[in-house]
Design a binder for this molecule. Sequence first.
Ligand code: 2NL
Length: 364
Amino acid sequence: MSDLKSEAAALEEQFTQAITDAESLDALEQVRVAALGKKGRVSELMKGLGKMSPDERKEAGPLLNGLKARITEAITTRQDVLHDAALTVKLEQERVDVTLPVATPDAEQGRIHPNSQVIDEIVAIFADMGFDVKEGPDIETDEYNFNALNIPPEHPARQMHDTFYFHEQEDGSRLLLRTHTSPVQVRTMRSEEPPLRFIAPGRTFRCDSDQTHTPMFHQVEGMVIDKETHMGHLRWTLEEFCKAFFEVDSVEMRFRPSYFPFTEPSMEVDVRCDRSGKDIKIGQGDDWMEILGCGMVNPNVLKASNLDPEIYQGFAFGIGIDRLAMLKYGAPDLRAFFDGDARWIKHYGFSPLDVPSLYGGLSR
Ligand code: 2NL
């Protein structure tokens, strides 16, 4: 029995020292296995309990259980110390210097296309005047794209529109890619009650491609319909739009008679500009530049959407976005707008964080 006592005391001293000396959690685990593992020294001693007489066991049991408990306790204590030390080292290594400059966030890396920028600017301007924004599908029917707009099948404007048609459907009709955003106005006139005041921005398509035309391009059309809408309202609205868009205090505008099937009378609108320098200046100079088409909504167009022209009148206008974006932001070649070249968008694009608004500045 005294053999066991001195062996237990020797083991306790040996393992207590080993636990204190363990400099890592791995080293400590090796000590634990050597003492308390299945084949550990303390475990081996405890296996001997089974072969003892009851009297011997009465004394040896508490002795070995005490030994095991104290070694376990010492390991746990040392574990906590080593854990804390490891955490301190980790925190030391992972320290963040909050005085370093901010890393460029992902949103700063992307760029807003000049077309999107110009559409956002136009939306901000008209929203400020109380206009809604409406959208419609790119794929349309003859009815919405042509018939309802006073362009019957035999009308020469159908040839002028260079329409992309889809293959014939079972009923003989053909879907098409909208050639202007006017179908959105037709859908709105047919589904909502006047007074109407909205713009319709979006993609449009014509089978036409050269230096200044791409098969896909962008338009914003606008429409106002009420009981006493007249040309004075149209003129004021477009003048306010031009001043805001070109970010100048005054613009001189010229309304030239023109023809569109969906308006009567129809006009094309020029703004005074100066082309003598490197960039075109708007609002001064002795040159003119066409920027949009407009007119009073043709009574036939109102009738086709179940509005009584004796009660309602309205004005409408259409603006080509791509040309306006080239003009305002100085991009020379329209075709580069749709090449998807990252260097081009990095140069001509806008930060997604600079959202155009009338109070914050349209284009900054
Ligand atoms: C242009 C000319 C214009 C309209 C579009 C319109 C739509 C309906 C009724 C009446 Cl539903 N008008 N749209 C009117 C006049 C001109 O666009 O040169 N666009 C680039």
